[in-house]
Design a protein around this ligand. Sequence first.
Ligand SMILES: NC(=O)C1=CN([C@@H]2O[C@H](COP(=O)(O)OP(=O)(O)OC[C@H]3O[C@@H](n4cnc5c(N)ncnc54)[C@H](O)[C@@H]3O)[C@@H](O)[C@H]2O)C=CC1
Length: 487
Amino acid sequence: MPIQPQASHYIGGRYIENETGEPIDSRFPATGEVIATVRAADAAIVDQAVAAARKGYEEWSAMSGADRGRVLCAAARILRDRNEELAMLETMDTGRPLQETRVADAASAADCLEFFGGMADKIRGEQISGEEGFIYTRREPFGICAGIGAWNYPIQNAGWKAAPALACGNAMIFKPSETTPLSTLKLAEILTEAGAPDGVFNVIQGRGKTGQLLAEHPGVEKVSFTGSVPTGLKVNASAASQLKHTTMELGGKSPLIVYDDADIESAVIGALLGNFYSTGQVCTNCTRVYVHETVMDQFLAQLSEMTRRIRIGDPRDPETQMGPLVSDTQLAAVMSYIEAGKAEGAHLFLGGGRPALPGLEDGSFIEPTIFTGVRDEMRIAREEIFGPVMCVMSFAGDEEVIERANNTAFGLAAGVFTKDLRRAHRTADRLQAGICWINNFNVYTVQPPFGGFKKSGIGRENGFAAIEYYSQVKTVFVHLEPLAPAY
Ligand SMILES: NC(=O)C1=CN([C@@H]2O[C@H](COP(=O)(O)OP(=O)(O)OC[C@H]3O[C@@H](n4cnc5c(N)ncnc54)[C@H](O)[C@@H]3O)[C@@H](O)[C@H]2O)C=CC1
């Protein structure tokens, strides 16, 4: 499979190049080697995408929900058929190991397309009885939705946004992160192959400037953004100034509480999944692990043993469990947090350096890192690091730990490990987070809603809830009797 795409953008059902756009290299993070180059979309390309999406929208929104659903389900089947090839492409672009990209990327986008494909003909309103008639509501599409994605799960990001948007009858223009531009072009090709009319799903490349041009374009009615809180705040403010609808899937600094009655082995596995999967580049990660003081020694002993077993290496090797970070820039950012943790007096319990991997010296690899003796006010305990850096903190009482867990501007996810179900539900009830796991962490399916409280976001992806965020309600009053004179 050639990695260099035919052209940079996919607009109106075909590849489009703009020879003068700023070149952006995509690198294989395990070696630093350039694997493809795309060009950033300028204002003219964004205009072209909006015009194509408008045409696509007119045709698509006039189709029945059942017909739209069939296209989405057909796209899901093609994604599954090509999963192996798409997994390798995602591994090359993100550096995440094949073990992950085989299950969490194109496969998750396929799950989502199937879920919303099945729902496309079930979107309905309500009927309300009125005097001398009745009232009904309809859920109608917005028109053109912009999707802007982060670099950790590019095709999954695009699938999670496109599936509900398209099921509701919208068209979409998606801008992947400049760091990982490749796989979303494949999703666009596949939707065309599955029968989506030209212009229904378009991909344009570029950095923040292109994202801004797209989000602020007057032809775009809704903006669905996944990325960091600072960028999300900017995008949301500019969308709000034009009264555009938004979905914001932003960062987090999620807590995991391990009570004294927890199954410690399971809690350790949960903490590992919630910190080291995707080399820590997961928005929901539980980077603040609160462990009851009476089980701390036991927890740390098992944590250390299991962390040392993680196989770091070439992400193309099916045996590899942890690949590099996505880029040198991200590596530098994560290393600076490790330095900050040491400088602020946290104890570096494990890792903290670069692993020696012969032949992969230029890759952005980092060891899974664990700090103990962390205090809540330290930067490593407050800011999203987006790398494999776990902060372990001890606590003594339930009230205390819940208060500390909630003492953050973020509110994406949270977890609790305990064998006492009442304690588990009581804690989930009190945690300020959009997603709570009891006795597990970081497991997703597309059926429930996904999104954050507080600064972690607005709106929800997935589940029935997503329909509300990709459609608008129209109320129709129906009067059945002749009107009485009003004057
Ligand atoms: N809640 C969620 O569902 C998820 C959240 N994230 C968050 O994403 C972040 C990591 O991703 P990054 O790519 O570093 O985020 P980022 O915020 O730097 O970039 C996200 C996207 O926004 C674009 N962008 C940058 N400036 C823009 C502007 N002014 N207007 C419009 N678009 C602009 C970028 O080109 C990129 O496509 C982390 O904070 C992570 O927690 C990542 C995955 C899932």
